[in-house]
Every structure is written in C-alpha cells, then in structure tokens.
Design a protein around this ligand. Structure first.
Ligand code: GLA
Length: 372
C-alpha cells in the first residue's frame, strides 16, 4: 500500500516535471499573429531524421522545401522532371495540415546551364526561352495545383543598388521576364499566392528597387500576393533603424510581407575568404570557425537577445506579416555552416543539433507573449 502510494506520487512528480518542461509550440504562440514555419530537407521528408520531423510537426504550421523544387532538382534535363522528392514534401505538408510554400520558379542560381541554351549550346532566342519558362512553370505548378498554397515565383532579381540583377533571364528575355513569370504562374494555378522573394531587403536602395519593381507589375495589372524578405541576418545587421525603414517602404505597397528564410549567423564574416578550405590552415580555422567546440554562453545569450529584438519588431508589425519561416529546423541543417566557407560550425536557428530549444527560442516566445 505504502509503496504503491509512493509510486503514484513519483509518477505525479514526473508527470508534473515533464509537463512543466514541455516546450510551447511556436505555431500556438504566434497563432493570432502570423504563420510560422521552417525550410525542410528531403532527409527529413524520407523519415531519416525522425526527431527533426517530429519537431517540424510539433512546432510549425507552414513548410518550404529547402532544395527539392529548385530548377536543378526538379527539372534536371530538358525532357526530364523528377518529382519524387517534391511529392514527398507536398504529401508531408498535406498530412500535417500545413500551409505549403513552393520555392522557387525563377532564379539565377541552382538553375542548369542548358536552360538558357539550345541543343547546340547556343543562347536561346527570347521566344524559345519564354516558352521553356512557361513549360517549366505550367508543369510544376500544374502538378501541385490547389495543393501548394503559395509560390516564390521570382527569387533575387534586384541588386543592392536597386537595379535589376544581370542574369541569364534578363539577358535572354529582357526586363519583362519577371512580369512574364508572374503571368505564367497565374495561368498555371489561378488560386495560388504568388510571391517575390529577395535578400538584403533591409538595405534601403535594395528595398526601394524591389518596391519599384512590384509597383511596375501592379501597374501592368499583375497581382503580387506577397513580398518575401529572406532574413539571412547577423548579430549586428540589420540595425533596427534599417529594418524599420525598409518595412516602411514595403508597407506602402499594401502587399503582405513575410520573412521567408530566417537565420542569424554568429560567425565572423568570411566574405574575404569566400571558397576558402579551412581544413587546410589552423590559422584560418581559428579566425573563421571559433565555435567548433560549442557556443560559449555569452554568445548564446547574444543570439537570444538578437532574436528577441528582431521578433519584437516583427510582432509589432504583425499586421504587415503573413508568415515567418526559418531556413532549417536545427542548427546542423543550416546552409550557414557551409557558406561562404565550407565546414564551419554555426548556430543560426532556434533549436540546437540535438533538437533542443535554445535560449533564442525562449526569447522568441517571450516576444510573442509580451504583445498579448
Ligand atoms: C537563397 C535561396 C535559398 C537558399 C539560400 C541558401 O536564400 O533563396 O533557397 O539556397 O539562398 O541556402
């Protein structure tokens, strides 16, 4: 009798402890503000990282594919589409009742060279390139019609000075390639939301260039349903002033905004050492990869404070934002570990490599709760 009483109270204590320790779900915390999501990879979709997959289901209500819908992955050769991974991604989102984002239809990167060339390797004519673009968009959006809710139609078309980026799309088609892409996308799935997505959007000239582009599309009668601010940020950029100024530029357009690829690097800038192989030099390793053995508590707190202040702004402007998506689930997934230098150890997300919430997670939850 006595021992069963003891057993029962132990159970109760354990239950209370687990319950208290249970982390809140971001999708609940932000439920009346914006959707909250993560970019997922095929490893997760195949069930090979069950803890990560469980975390996605528990925490998020929207997903974006990190790579599997990029041109090189889904349409590797002129007559070959490969939908296996994209199908897994979409099925996962549907099974878990999530808002599914498609990423991305038109981009200068991760797009094979053949896209711009004819069978002899000569540049395609404008008409031929337009036809190829239309076919690509119709095929992919057509397959997921009514299932993928919103698409990054064009990614990264504007430079920091506000001009159109010099890409093979611009070369081959001309300035109206963006308008055409939106037209083709609207035809392919009239009910899907169509977005423009870009980085460095906190730089004022860049933001103004994007605003000009969106306005010119609107003047042509083309509806843009959202502007994606990627959000690949650092501990000291953007400043709050820069962010607020850019948001003011976008707010005038009356188009919903989203943070589409959020991560915050804690590593020193390596733009001078782009492409360096740090395994070759101890000096470079020390300079560029200072936290390979773990993130010191002080940096952990800095990252948390940074996430806290950024989310405070996002929450303040929740009426402008439709969605916030992190670019990866846990720190080990992040492209930041490998760019612009391979093999570093970064800590840019809310969950550590064991899928445990970091102080940054608590700071984000707190930012949401303070508003309420
Ligand atoms: C850009 C793209 C993303 C991704 C990141 C780095 O932001 O939009 O798809 O490639 O770069 O991973």
């Amino acid at each position: 009798m006595r021992s069963s009483g003891l057993y029962a109270s132990l159970l109760l204590v354990t239950f209370a402890f687990c319950f208290a320790a249970e982390q809140p779900a971001l999708k609940d915390v932000f439920a009346d503000q914006f959707l909250i999501g993560a970019a997922v990879n095929d490893h997760q979709m195949q069930g090979r990282a069950p803890e990560e997959t469980a975390l996605v289901v528990r925490q998020f209500n929207t997903i974006t594919p990190e790579n599997v819908l990029k041109w090189e992955a889904v349409h590797p050769q002129p007559d070959k589409y490969d939908f296996a991974a994209a199908d897994r991604f979409v099925e996962f989102g549907e099974k878990n009742d999530m808002f599914i984002v498609g990423h991305t239809l038109v981009w200068h990167s991760q797009t094979p060279r053949w896209v711009f060339e004819d069978a002899d390797g000569k540049p395609l004519t404008r008409d031929a390139l337009l036809a190829r673009l239309k076919d690509h968009i119709a095929t992919i959006m057509g397959r997921y019609k009514g299932r993928i809710g919103g698409w990054d139609v064009v990614n990264e078309a504007v430079e920091d000075d506000g001009s159109l980026r010099k890409t093979k799309w611009l070369d081959g088609i001309g300035d109206d390639y963006i308008a055409k892409a939106f037209e083709f996308a609207r035809q392919a799935d009239p009910d899907a939301k169509l977005y423009y997505n870009d980085y460095n959007m906190y730089k004022l000239e860049h933001a103004k260039g994007v605003a000009k582009l969106i306005r010119s599309l609107q003047e042509k009668g083309i509806r843009v349903d959202g502007i994606g601010i990627q959000g690949h940020w650092g501990l000291d950029y953007p400043s709050m002033d820069e962010l607020n100024a850019a948001l003011a530029v976008f707010a005038e357009l009356k188009v919903p905004l989203m943070i589409t690829e959020m991560d915050i690097t804690v590593l020193p800038s390596a733009s001078r050492n782009r492409g360096a192989d740090i395994s070759q030099s101890a000096e470079l390793r020390k300079e560029l990869n200072p936290y390979s053995d773990g993130l010191p508590e002080e940096m952990q707190q800095k990252l948390a404070a940074r996430y806290g202040e950024l989310f405070k702004v996002l929450v303040q402007h929740a009426d402008l934002f439709e969605r916030v998506t992190f670019w990866g689930v846990q720190d080990g997934n992040s492209w930041r570990n490998n760019w612009p230098v391979r093999g570093r150890t970064d800590y840019p997300l809310l969950f550590d490599r064991q899928c445990k919430p970091k102080p940054a997670f608590d700071a984000v939850v707190k930012a949401a709760q303070e508003r309420k």
